[in-house]
Design a protein around this ligand. Structure first.
Ligand code: FDA
Length: 303
C-alpha cells in the first residue's frame, strides 16, 4: 500500500515542483543524490574510483516536456562524458530515453542518442540506457540494441519483474549486448509484471544465471544479499572469473557492501545521480524501502 502511494506521488507534478525548489532540498536528498551539479557528480566519481569503485553518472531528469529540454539533456551528457575524460577512466553515464525525448518524437530521441554515442565512442566511454515503465520497454530495447550494433559500447537494462524479460535477455545475449539486470522500480499491472516479491526474486535468479553463462559482461544491479550470494555461488560453480561481470548498486545504499566487494576483488559500479530534477528518482528510492521515510523525517526535524 505504502509503496503504491509513494509511486503515485512520484508522478505528482505540483508536489514535485514545490519540493524540487524548496531551500532545504539538498539536506533531504543528500543520501541518494550526489549533488545538484555536474561538478558534484565528477567529484563523487573521483572519490569512488580512488576506493576502487566505478561510477555511472545519471543526470536526473525524465519525461521532458519539449524537444529543447531533450537537446539540453543530451548536451549535459556530452559535457559529462568529456569532463570524465582523464579524471575517472572507467566510469560510464546512464541515460533515460524519455529525458532524450522518446515520448515526444522517437526520431528526435534517436538523433539525440546518436550524437551522444558519437562523443562517447570518440572518448572510449560506455553508455548505459536505463529501463523505464513498461509502455516504453520495446522501444527502449530496440534503440539500445540498434545503438549497440552501430557503436558497440551500449549497455541495455532488463527488469526482472516483467513477464517478457526472459525473452529479452535471450535476445540481447544473442546480439551480444551487455545487460544490466535490475528488479524494476515502477508500478506495473499484473498483466505485464510479477506482483509478488518472491516471484520477482526467483525470476531475477533465473535471468542472472542465463546472463552469467551466455551474456556479455552483465551488470548485476541489486542490493539483495540472498541473490548476490546465489550469483556468487553460481560463478564459483561454473568457474566464471570476476572480470566477466560486475555488480552494480545505487549511490547511498549499502555502502558497506560496495566497499566489501571492492576490497574482495569484485568489480562494483555505483549509479551516481545528480541534478535538480531529483524528485521522481528520490520517491522511487523511498518506495523501495519505506523505512527510508524515517531517515527523511529525521532530516526534516533537524531543521
Ligand atoms: P530489494 O528491493 O529486494 O532490496 C534488497 C535490500 O536492499 C533491502 O532489504 C535493503 O537492505 C536494500 N535496499 C534496496 N533498496 C533500498 C533503498 N531504496 N533504500 C535503502 N535500502 C535499500 N530500476 C528500473 O526500473 N530501471 C533501471 O534502469 C534501474 N537501474 C538501476 C541501476 C542500479 C545500479 C540499481 C542498483 C538499481 C536500478 N534500478 C532500476 C532499481 C531497481 O529496479 C530496484 O528498484 C532497486 O535496486 C531495489 O531492488 P533490490 O534489487 O536492491 O532489491
Amino acid at each position: 500500500m505504502l509503496r503504491t502511494g509513494l509511486l503515485y506521488l512520484a508522478r505528482h507534478q505540483s508536489l514535485r515542483r514545490w519540493l524540487e525548489t524548496a531551500p532545504s532540498a539538498g539536506r533531504l536528498t543528500s543520501r541518494f543524490v550526489a549533488g545538484l551539479t555536474l561538478d558534484d557528480a565528477l567529484a563523487a566519481a573521483e572519490r569512488l574510483e580512488r576506493e576502487g569503485i566505478l561510477a555511472s553518472l545519471d543526470h536526473l531528469g525524465e519525461s521532458v516536456t519539449s524537444l529543447d529540454e531533450a537537446a539540453a539533456a543530451r548536451d549535459e551528457y556530452i559535457e559529462a562524458i568529456e569532463r570524465l575524460s582523464g579524471r575517472s577512466p572507467r566510469s560510464t553515464v546512464s541515460i533515460k530515453l524519455t529525458q532524450f525525448g522518446l515520448h515526444l518524437s522517437e526520431e528526435a530521441c534517436r538523433a539525440n542518442v546518436d550524437r551522444l554515442m558519437r562523443a562517447a565512442t570518440r572518448l572510449g566511454r560506455m553508455v548505459e540506457i536505463d529501463m523505464e515503465s513498461s509502455e516504453y520497454t520495446e522501444r527502449i530495447l530496440q534503440i539500445s540494441s540498434d545503438m549497440h550494433a552501430s557503436y558497440g559500447n551500449v549497455r541495455a537494462v532488463v527488469q526482472a519483474y516483467l513477464h517478457r524479460s526472459e525473452k529479452d535477455v535471450e535476445r540481447l545475449c544473442g546480439l551480444r549486448v551487455p545487460v544490466r539486470l535490475c528488479k524494476g522500480a515502477y508500478q506495473e499491472p499484473a498483466t505485464v509484471a510479477f506482483q509478488r516479491k518472491r516471484d520477482v526474486d526467483a525470476n531475477y535468479v533465473r535471468l542472472v544465471k542465463i546472463l552469467l553463462e551466455r551474456g556479455t559482461y552483465p551488470g548485476l544491479a541489486t542490493h539483495d544479499e540472498k541473490i548476490i550470494r546465489e550469483a556468487r555461488r553460481f560463478t564459483r560453480e561454473r568457474a566464471i572469473p570476476p572480470d566477466r561481470y560486475e555488480f552494480q548498486m545505487l549511490y547511498g545504499i549499502r555502502r558497506d557492501l560496495a566497499r566489501a566487494f571492492a576490497a574482495g576483488g569484485y568489480r562494483i559500479r555505483l549509479y551516481v545521480p545528480y541534478g535538480k530534477a531529483w524528485y521522481p528518482y528520490f520517491m522511487r528510492r523511498l518506495a523501495e524501502r519505506p523505512a527510508n521515510l524515517l531517515f527523511l523525517a529525521r532530516n526534516v526535524l533537524k531543521g
